[in-house]
Design a protein around this ligand. Sequence first.
Ligand code: FAD
Ligand code: SF4
Length: 479
Amino acid sequence: MKDKMLKFVKVDKQTPNKRKADNRLGDFKEIYDEFIHNKAKEQSSRCSQCGVPFCQVHCPLHNNIPDWLKLTAEGRLQEANELTHSTNNMPEVCGRICPQDRLCEGNCVIEQSGHGTVTIGSVEKYITDTAWEKGWIKPIKFSKEIDQSVGIIGAGPAGLACAEELRKLGYKVTIYDRYDRPGGLLIYGIPNFKLEKFVVERRSNLLKESGIEFKQNIEIGKNLSLEELKKKHEAILIATGVYKSREVNLPRYNLKNIFSAMEFLTASNRKGLGDKVKNFDNGMLNTKNKDVIVIGGGDTAMDCVRTAVRQEAKSVKCLYRRNRENMPGSAREVYNAEEEGVKFIWLSNPKKFIGSEKISSVIVEKMKLEGIDSSGRKMPVPIQNSDLEMKADIVIKALGFDPEDLPRLFNNSNLLVTKWGTIKINFKTMETSIPGIFAAGDIVRGASLVVWAIKDGRDAAISIQKYLEDKQANKIRAA
Ligand SMILES: Cc1cc2nc3c(=O)[nH]c(=O)nc-3n(C[C@H](O)[C@H](O)[C@H](O)COP(=O)(O)OP(=O)(O)OC[C@H]3O[C@@H](n4cnc5c(N)ncnc54)[C@H](O)[C@@H]3O)c2cc1C
Ligand code: SF4
């Protein structure tokens, strides 16, 4: 036992948050590990090796799921780990937070036949967590460093995946990010109860050890211009995500105690990471003992309500203007939130914020669904004289995100964007309208998923490699 612990501490020396998490398990860690091991083996052996791997087809990374399930069932975890890493830069992240019910697991043949899916995500997490603990995941090694460099704007999953793939090929890579920590929404958006922060820190530390340079607290367009970046690097990737919160267009929207989802979640994540957060420490962003109203029906809204529950809010309500069936968030998340005591007020819309300095209540109007809107969904229409007043000590707006105005922020009108503000790319090469500048992740797709950001980052790396090789060949020809 002592030897095991020593080995464990050695492997995890770089992630104090991981040690904290394991210490919480105390003497139960060994029993817990054994249980998880047996569960993963049992689940893996349930795969029928059906030969029509819909799970693989519906995984955006086309992970070789049947093969790594087979290897796990046979106890060949090191090989299973190599296989998961051959298509995915962060299997332990995807295993934890992919909406598997809509992707791999939802399309498992066993699930389709009514016998309950193989829990693919948790097996993926198990394989990779074991690999980390055993020390099988090592910094990148390559035979020769290539004298060409790539600048990546954004240390979210798209930027990190692209950086890793390029570094494996030997390129010099520098990542610039305006946050103080790498990870993007993995670190400050997604709550700790879904994705523990040591998991993200462990990955970015590995990339640092692999020679990828991280420049935190640097905002491109503010601290460094795109033009300056172009002079420093042979190619650039824009992977800046989408951060402009959609607003509730009501008077008094700026009352104290009305916050955006990102303000709320970032504060909560920072507290979890041990930071001082003024507006949390003074009680404003802390929902303990408060009546909380969250507006919105997507996964971000679910993260807000479930975070408020964990902060021991007095009551948590979620207002959504359509009904359960038309909700954009995952059904599983709604179920989890309801289990935890969140009250969903379906077919309801905020009409008025009440309060002089701080919010005290929200007037909510009831809605009905009529006709179909431009998105193809049923249209919410207010019901006359249906107003209700709901007490609120804090309101959190979780209505989704739009891209920031990047051509303006980067002071470059040659960077073309779509009518939604996402960056226009050539979908074969991921190159933007500016040669040598590529884009990936949410800033291209709009708010999406981590697994798609990873896929985009990997695809962008392939195109950047081709671009740099052509550039080098032209240079040699011209010399
Ligand atoms: C609350 C929340 C919960 C979510 N939960 C899930 C989930 O459970 N499962 C799932 O699959 N997906 C989830 N998502 C979506 C997922 O997090 C995103 O799709 C994914 O992180 C996008 O990756 P990205 O690399 O494109 O951008 P991001 O992760 O947003 O990273 C972009 C990075 O760019 C940096 N940046 C931006 N502008 C600049 C600039 N000018 N200069 C320098 N740096 C800059 C930012 O600081 C950030 O670090 C969630 C999203 C939110 C908001
Ligand atoms: S990456 Fe996501 S979709 Fe693909 S196998 Fe893993 S959990 Fe399923």
